[in-house]
Design a protein. Sequence first.
Length: 604
Amino acid sequence: MLAFRRTLSMTFAAIVAAIATRLAMDVFFADGTDWVDFVRIGLCAATAAWIAWGATLGIGGLIGARIKTPARAKLAESGQSAKTAILIPVYNEDPRATFSSAAAMASSLAATPYGNLFDIAILSDSRDPEVIAAEEQWFLKLHSDMPEGIEAFYRRRTDNSGKKAGNIGDFVRRHGARYPFMLILDADSLMEGETIVEMLRRMEAEPKLGLLQTLPKIVASRSWFARALQFSAGLFSPIFTRGLARMQGVEGPFWGHNAMVRTNAFAESCGLPALTGAPPFGGHILSHDYVEAALLARNGWIVRVDADLEGSYEEGPQNAVDFAKRDRRWCQGNLQHIRLLFAPGIKAWNRFTFLQGVMAYLSSPLWMMFIAASIVAPLFAPDPDYFPSPYLPAIFPRAETALAVTLLVGVGGLLIGPKLLIALRSGLSGEARRFGGFIGVFWSTLIEIIWSSMLAPITLMYQSRSVMQVILGMDGGWPASDREGHSIGLGESFRASWWIVLTGIVMLAGAWTLAPDLFWWLTPIAVPQILAPLLISFSSSPESGRIAARCGLFRTVEETTRPPVMIERDRIIARWLEPDASVFVKEETDEPKTGEAEPAYSAM
């Protein structure tokens, strides 16, 4: 059945590409045939196939039968067989949010009968002295606030080789023998205790389950940009993830966080060597998560995403510039996977997953090449020959506007159709009530579609630049994430996007001069690019988020009914910030059993 679903989805994408190719041929060959037309047709086919493939995930999640809840094992309330380490890697980030989230998760776990099965380890790779000092101070508060039976540890590496993957690997080598399971989080991750326990039950019930991935919901969004992203992740992502789960089966994804792994499976499968050569294509693998999922599958372990698991959260970027910075690292990491497409032993589906990640970024410059080729195409068009034969009547170039509109509507339908169907389904199923009602959901969906359509040409430019930087050998490194975000003034926004503005102006000027028929067709792309500084600045401010809230836009389940673990985190922060809050340190006597002479943790 899995092979059938994969074949059906690939066939659908191929059919859409074939139809797009045929329509493109009729449109582009209408004024004669030249080599630029063949380039445009090839680019159109490739991008249409990619869009169609994405649509199949949404459609599969909508129409597929509900995935059965996996088996769950009964956990013992004591013992080491299910002992789990909750790992939180950090790198020059705001420690207040990270350590308070850790305390909230500990409190949530303590409310279950299984809190003593979990320890929390903050794994620091920070290099900023001020951040390091703050981490140590906040760990004092965390350590003093831990519930009975749950331990908290803090370790900072002096050598942060391998970035996050190296950080996790260091823990596995030193302390993996103590913990049969590990829950890998990010610095901005937050999970309900019941969700963590449920993941452990599912891991225990399936001995071959090497990795269990949840779908994190985005929370704590303040700006228009972040609230739109949060709404999209809350309403659309579960359906697309369900389609992804049905497509990938036991060779599922790993998104690097909010996932539980079986320690011995991870240890025996996921050692990541540095790629030969210099960055960006060589060096440490930046997008290590998909590679680790492929290595687990290569060794026969099940990698699964369970879209039904609730209570898994993360924070997202608050503005388009911070999003682009993070996306730059993902771009380099995904393009590195080109070198792994033919790695020995990797399963065919994982190779295809690598290819999908590569295409996710190559699609943006392909679209730009398509637009550029369409603008300059008239320069290479052959001179019209109205009388190709002396025995036939004159043949005049034909306008294929209807076919061009058909092609455009088809591509647009694949992009926005699944979103509209998901919104409609939420109303029919009653799910919309959790988002504040069907009217609010449908209104938010329409505005989100308009907003994402305006933002897409800007994102396209950032991704195209990232691809070009990687191709030209520019290493983006691993910059620290700005989880809190900030409002971007118009001046800063212009400095971050002036080249996008220039691209939009050149695009319209080129169309007006070389291809006047395209001018109005390109305005939905060029105008948002010209307005990029305004759009980026406006959408980054908390006031823009408040405007959206007052208009009833982008409301999510977590806003309608605030999760208990988020309430607990806010309560903990408020208590920790009290001037007279006492801090004490529990004496640590149970040193991790690693066989190392030097302990990897500092318990303060």
